[in-house]
Design a protein around this ligand. Structure first.
Ligand code: FE
Ligand code: FE
Ligand code: ZN
Length: 300
């Protein structure tokens, strides 16, 4: 792959019934993004509308005009899915739903789907990992989309907060060309890794999993101290990780071609911070008034 000159950065954006991928693209462009991520429907339910091929075609043409490479755009699987569940009915439901979700990715021309590996809900890590592997092998049989397992914060019985667990899952997957990883800076920090010493973290990841598996990075600050296992995202520079550490990750030479996606919280639960956060990242200078300023803009 040719080295990219421009920063590959974007955020989570919405995907609405009426304008689908075209609406997502427009939202991303409002934030001056060079890539983006979306759910193909509400993440907390399984209601899905059919993909409109006309809209998809128009969106892909517009992407070409705008210089956004569809190969870098990411879909996030709904978080109600839990492949790790030992309850056979729930496990099968997750597999069925993910297969449908992958078809939607294919219709949209999306190559990557980020997935939370799952929670063992009391049955233990070993059984949970077996279930995940079984599910992934059924799902990956008939798709050309790559599934990216997200590094988790280790909240409750979440699997995938340790590199060793991700390695065990990946080692059990038959379709090696369709399995990868999405690093999440907030989750890594909450899981106990020191993201401020990112070179060391990457070395460790490379040794245990392999750097070539990384195809996406979620860039989030964290509301909580390292190893808190909380998973509460914070705006860039306003949390326990801090601006300098996050900027270093965003600009890391080994991760240059990998899409960086912000999933930071809306200001006052209402106003997306992404345009301003991306601006701040491009300017390479933390703005401690950023949250306030976003609030002020809304008053007018
Ligand atoms: Fe996620
Ligand atoms: Fe994430
Ligand atoms: Zn999270």
């Amino acid at each position: 792959m040719a080295k990219r000159e421009k920063l590959l950065i974007g955020s989570h954006v919405s995907f609405r019934r009426e304008d689908q991928l075209l609406g997502s693209l427009k939202e991303a462009l409002q934030y001056q993004s060079t890539t983006f991520m979306f759910y193909t429907g509400a993440p907390q339910n399984t209601l899905r509308y059919p993909i409109d091929l006309e809209i998809t075609k128009a969106a892909r043409e517009e992407m070409r005009r705008q210089g956004i490479d569809p190969e870098t755009v990411i879909v996030h699987a709904p978080y109600i899915i839990n492949l790790a569940n030992v309850d056979e009915e729930k496990h099968q439901f997750s597999i069925r739903f993910l297969k449908e979700e992958l078809k939607r990715c294919e219709q949209l021309g999306i190559q990557y789907m980020v997935l939370h590996p799952g929670s063992h809900v009391g049955s233990g890590i070993d059984l949970g990992i077996e279930q995940i592997i079984d599910g992934l092998n059924q799902i990956l049989k008939d798709t050309n989309v790559m599934i990216l397992l997200e590094t988790m914060a280790g909240k409750g019985s979440e699997i995938g907060s340790r590199f060793e667990e991700l390695h065990r899952i990946i080692a059990g997957v038959h379709e090696q060309s369709r399995i990868g990883v999405c690093l999440d800076t907030c989750h890594l920090h909450d899981a106990g890794y020191d993201v401020k010493d990112f070179d060391h973290l990457l070395d460790e990841f490379d040794r245990i999993v392999g750097l070539s598996y990384v195809h996406c990075i979620h860039i989030n600050d964290s509301k909580n101290p390292q190893a808190s296992h909380k998973d509460r995202h914070e705006n860039i520079g306003f949390g326990a990780i801090g601006f300098e550490a996050l900027l270093k990750i965003i600009e890391h030479p080994k991760l240059q071609d990998i899409p960086k996606i912000l999933e930071t919280p809306y200001i006052d639960r209402l106003y997306p911070p992404y345009k301003e956060e991306i601006e701040m990242i491009r300017a390479r200078t933390f703005d401690p008034k950023l949250q306030e300023e976003i609030m002020k803009k809304q008053v007018h």
